[in-house]
Design a binder for this molecule. Structure first.
Ligand code: UD1
Ligand code: UDP
Length: 373
């Protein structure tokens, strides 16, 4: 089976890692895999470090698309992917998550004679003003296989009318990667030592709704500043998008008080999450990770695409104002939340293997039925 796997941004690399590993280790000789990096993220701290930390093979192709406005970026990726397919047509294209890289390749492949598999399908905020929501809905629409990471995502796909046998709930590849990283840390991986300062609050910020608007960004930074001064040190690995906005909006005085660090590699980030008293984030991927690790999380969004994270009490979404963020952070830091253990039967580190098993099985079935009649 000829398979293309696409990554472009930080979270994509984390999601393709277990698929690439399973293809190499479990399906060697059965899957001929081409790994494509679109170049949407190009800084070492958002790309190379993940390839190294997760021992991902170097990409076979890099489109080098770089940072561009939304439609332009998707358009360039579509054009480059269509050209690549003209030279080497896959049987199946695997895209992960909801980035422009995944959308561009999926849209180009939609008019080609190959199957499309969407890993992390079915996430919904029901708000088409969010760029990732547009991407998710469109990728699901053109996909032949939908791999939802949790039950609600599967339900969303059923509600949207996707046929039953296109939906395969076999686990979450992000959790595969988290389990892999925890094992590596136990073996001495990463560069952060366990005697890091405690207690601390770990924070990430990069959503356009929070950081591209001066008022919202200021409200968040002010809350972090108060928490940092009064309750617990804030560790802030800064996304370049947020760094640029802080400079542009004259909010750089928070650089002196909060002393952000650059984005960190995955092993170090998992080490930081594991020992944090609280995580404050607007990341999609960090919320299930917080549940797996049992670390309380405050999510700076008006709704979550992972409702189980709130249902078990680990996660709480809050509006983007200083007072709400501060109050919920203090509530969580005091241990006042009612937290129930959450366990997902599919969180065993083998979701990627099951995904590839389904793709290989179906490909063999189609191939046999074609050749035999
Ligand atoms: C993208 C994804 C988002 C994902 C996030 C993960 C889309 C629409 N958005 O958002 O879903 O959560 O990645 O981090 O696909 N930049 C650099 N160096 C880089 C890459 C970007 O400095 O290597 C800066 C550029 O100024 C760029 C800005 O960051 O304009 C935003 O990058 P972009 O890839 O457009 O979006 P993200 O906010 O990273
Ligand atoms: N992450 C990381 N280093 C950082 C910040 C985040 O390794 O400095 C990891 C984090 O554990 C999560 C993933 O990056 O698994 C999420 O990426 P991001 O928040 O950029 O994207 P999203 O999940 O919101 O699409």
């Amino acid at each position: 089976m000829k398979m293309h796997i696409v990554a472009g941004a930080r979270p994509n690399l984390l999601k393709v890692a277990p698929l690439l590993r399973a293809a190499r280790e479990k399906y060697f000789g059965e899957i001929d895999c081409l790994f494509i990096h679109t170049g949407q993220h190009y800084d070492d701290s958002l790309s190379k470090v993940f390839i190294e930390d997760l021992e991902i093979p170097q990409p076979d192709v890099n489109f080098g698309v770089g940072s561009l406005p939304q439609a332009h970026q998707v358009g360039v990726i579509m054009e480059k992917y269509e050209r690549l397919c003209a030279a080497t047509m896959p049987d199946v294209l695997v895209v992960v998550g909801d980035t422009n890289s995944s959308l561009g390749c999926a849209l180009a492949a939609a008019k080609l004679p190959c199957k499309i598999a969407h890993v992390e399908a079915g996430l919904r905020r029901h708000d088409m003003t969010i760029p990732e929501e547009v991407n998710r809905v469109l990728i699901d629409k053109v996909s032949d296989y939908h791999f939802p990471p949790h039950e609600r995502a599967a339900t969303n796909l059923h509600s949207d009318g996707y046929i039953y046998n296109s939906i395969h709930r076999v686990g979450d590849v992000m959790i595969d990667t988290l389990i892999y990283a925890l094992r590596k840390l136990k073996q001495g991986g990463g560069s952060i030592t366990s005697n890091a300062v405690r207690p601390y609050v770990l924070c990430t910020l990069h959503r356009p709704v929070n950081v591209d608007n001066k008022e919202n960004l200021q409200q968040i930074l002010e809350a972090l500043d108060i928490i940092n001064q009064s309750h617990a040190a804030v560790v802030l690995p800064l996304h370049p998008r947020t760094h640029k906005r802080m400079l542009e909006f004259d909010l750089d005085h928070y650089m002196e008080t909060l002393r952000p660090i650059g984005p960190v590699g995955y092993l170090d980030f998992v080490a930081l999450m594991k020992s944090a008293s609280l995580i404050i984030t607007d990341s999609g991927g960090i919320q299930p990770e917080a549940v797996f690790l049992g670390v309380p999380c405050v999510t700076l969004l008006d709704a979550t695409v992972h409702p189980f994270s709130e249902a078990c009490g680990i996660n709480q979404t809050v509006p983007c104002d200083t007072d709400s963020i501060y109050k919920e952070a203090v509530h969580a830091l005091r241990g006042d939340r009612a937290i129930r253990p959450y366990n997902d039967e599919w969180w065993d580190g083998r979701a990627a293997e099951r995904i590839l098993h389904i793709l290989v099985r179906d490909h063999a079935g189609t191939h046999n039925s074609t050749t035999h009649g």
